[in-house]
Design a protein around this ligand. Structure first.
Ligand code: CUA
Length: 377
């Protein structure tokens, strides 16, 4: 008797509901049709969206084409999975009276498994090969005949500094590059991992403490491009943005000449205006430390604009404006405890809080003295 009940229950579970469902073939055709339309719409949308800024380097075109191919290949995969999931949820949902019903048990489908393993494998191998070829092309060393410009890029919380070893060691917080000349960036970091990225050039690479990473580009569009940090590196990460100016070869040469003139003239002017007694050299040292012109590990001017030191950093408050009327103690506190008191518009944590440790007592005294003097002028 119990066996009969069991059989009856089994029959109920596997029995097809009264309302007739379309045969499996019809469902698959419907899904394929919906999937094809949705894929085409997704690909069209993906290709229409303007993802990137101007193609500012000779490397950009190959990368953009790769990106488009990836969209064309990946959108249908995403759409296919979503269509099957949503279609199944809708088509095979539980209807009233089907609470005990179940589908037929299926154990494996060799043909299907071969198909869904082979197609992604072919797709992946194809895309990897293509990506590798593009990478090899854009990383190619330029012909020896072309003069390659070298730029040392240093990342630190939260600014980039650029040094031109072949142009007399000129340093700047703005990147200047001559158009149509290959450039090699040697990228370093002074603290944590950053990522040096000029979106218009498309290339980017991590700045990793302790090692030098590098890549090459050839800028081909003059004008201003963004330089950004593409690795979350602390509270001021979003402020780690500067400019890349791509100019003509003549403008670049003139800029280098101007920068070299500045570096030479700065110290002399400081000495001339310093007060009497033994503070002359101290003030010049502090100014050098502030501007970072001598390759110091700390350069206030990377982040702060100060006319006297000829710095133009934009990450922190403009000191020409905020220093006015501040006492020596207040200035000292702002350096060693930057988060205790903030300037409007600049959030906490942007300025590193460890200058009390990284600056020697002498350096700190010199900086305070120098800034007090500038504030009073
Ligand atoms: Cu440096 Cu993000």
């Amino acid at each position: 008797m119990a066996q009969e009940e069991q059989t009856e229950r089994d029959a109920q579970r596997t029995r097809a509901p009264d309302d007739v469902r379309p045969a499996g073939q019809v469902s698959i055709m419907q899904m394929v049709a919906i999937g094809a339309v949705a894929s085409l719409a997704g690909i069209a949308l993906g290709l229409l969206i303007d993802w990137f800024p101007v193609q500012g380097s000779t490397q950009a075109e190959g990368i953009d084409t790769l990106y488009d191919v990836l969209i064309i290949a990946s959108v249908p995969v995403f759409v296919l999975v979503m269509v099957v999931v949503l279609f199944s949820v809708w088509k095979f949902r539980q209807r009233p009276g089907e609470e005990l019903a179940d589908g037929p048990p299926i154990h494996g489908n060799t043909r299907l498994e071969i198909v869904w393993t082979t197609i992604p494998a072919i797709l992946l191998v194809g895309l990897c090969t293509y990506a590798y070829i593009v990478l090899r092309d854009i990383e190619e060393v330029p012909a020896a005949a072309q003069r390659e410009l070298r730029v040392e890029v240093t990342g630190q919380q939260f600014t980039w500094t650029f040094r031109y070893p072949g142009e007399g060691g000129v340093r700047s917080n703005e990147l200047y590059l001559p158009v149509d000349r290959p450039v090699k960036f040697d990228v370093r970091s002074r603290d944590v991992i950053h990522d040096f990225w000029v979106p218009a050039f498309r290339m980017k690479i991590d700045a990793v403490p302790g090692i030098t990473t590098s890549y090459r580009v050839t800028p081909r569009v003059t004008g201003d491009h963004d330089v950004v940090c593409a690795e979350l590196c602390g509270v001021g990460h979003a402020y780690m943005r500067q400019r890349a100016n791509v100019v003509t070869e003549q403008q670049f040469t003139a800029w280098v000449r101007e920068q070299r003139g500045r570096a030479g003239g700065g110290g002399g002017a400081a000495g001339g205006t310093a007060g009497a007694g033994g503070t002359d050299s101290g003030a010049a040292d502090a100014k050098g430390l502030f501007a970072g012109g001598n390759g110091e590990a700390i350069a206030c001017g990377s982040c702060h604009t100060l006319a006297d030191a000829k710095t133009t950093g934009q990450t922190g408050p403009e000191l020409d404006a905020v220093l006015k009327g501040q006492s020596a103690d207040e200035i000292r506190a702002s350096i060693v405890e930057p988060n205790a008191r903030q300037t409007q518009g600049f959030g906490p944590g942007i300025m590193p809080g460890n200058y009390g440790d990284t600056l020697s007592g002498e350096e700190l005294d010199g900086l305070v003295e120098y800034l007090v003097k500038v504030a009073a002028e």
